[in-house]
Ligand binder design. Structure first.
Ligand code: MF3
Ligand code: CO
Length: 263
């Protein structure tokens, strides 16, 4: 069942997502060679609590941390550890928070120091594919229009789209209906309506889309160990089109579609 949200509920979901956006922007300034991913996790959890929110991932299906830190060939659900970042790595940070019972979720991939042009292109394509997807998130279209737009763009750039993980409805819980795949057919799937709140989250790979789960039972890596990047925002569908809830607000309290936070 898809749960449509009222305007005031969307405001509350936006507030939860503003916590996520703030913390991701602070983490962005900490990502550098030498820092351990566990330090990023500790910081995220401490800041979340300072802001009156709770980490959404900790304890979710037994997930052991607040932040997901996925390095290089890791796609999603990388568990923070004492491993230190090194120059040339790419690091995906995925973070969720609960504020006043409402959920926020966003992710972004960062370069660690100087990275190869190929890795830079992968990060840029993951981000741009999100914008190809959100363009379709207008009343009257279908979820498959988002999926197909993401897939077409990513594949046109010579990369592949991960199929084992999908975006999702969000708001009263972390994962609600509908699923939002990053591949599929336009014209298919649930109709997009005002009041839908969705986490659109393309995960892409430089090589093949096959996934393997490591022995920690969480970390998803590309089977061919090619690099992977992730970009996610929580968005709301309104009569006037989509709004990003997990970019930092401008002075009018609205978010600009073309000016994402995580540049
Ligand atoms: N953004 C991811 C998702 O929507 C993060 C979930 S991590 C988990 O699935 F630990 F909560 F599973
Ligand atoms: Co998500």
């Amino acid at each position: 069942m898809i749960i449509y949200k009222s305007e005031s509920e969307i405001q509350a979901i936006r507030r939860a997502n503003q916590v996520v956006a703030k913390i991701l922007s602070e983490l962005a300034g900490m990502v550098r060679p030498g820092i351990a991913t566990l330090e990023l996790d500790r910081y995220a959890e401490k800041r979340t609590r300072e802001l009156g929110a709770l980490p959404a991932f900790k304890g979710y299906r037994g997930y052991p941390a607040s932040l997901c830190t996925s390095l290089n060939e890791e796609i999603v659900h990388g568990i923070p550890s004492n491993r230190r970042l090194k120059e040339g790595d790419i690091l995906s940070l995925d973070f969720g928070a609960i504020l006043d019972g409402f959920y926020g979720d966003a992710a972004v991939t960062f370069p660690v120091g100087k990275i190869t042009p190929a890795a830079g292109k992968l990060i840029a394509v993951a981000k741009e594919s999100f914008f190809k997807g959100i363009e379709q998130a207008v009343p009257g279209k279908r979820i498959g229009d988002i999926s197909a737009a993401v897939q077409a763009y990513v594949e046109s750039q010579g990369f592949s789209v991960i199929r084992n993980f999908v975006g999702h409805g969000i708001g009263f819980s972390l994962h609600e209906e509908p699923q939002v795949p990053n591949f599929g057919l336009s014209g298919h799937g649930p109709k997009i309506k005002p009041g839908m709140v969705l986490a659109i989250e393309p995960m892409i790979a430089a090589g093949d889309w096959d996934v393997e789960i490591l022995s920690d039972n969480w970390t998803a890596v590309t089977r061919d160990r090619s690099l992977s990047a992730h970009y996610e925002h929580t968005i709301a569908v309104t009569q006037d089109g989509p709004q990003i809830l997990s970019s930092l607000n401008d002075t009018k309290g609205r978010t600009a579609l073309k000016e994402p936070l995580h540049a």
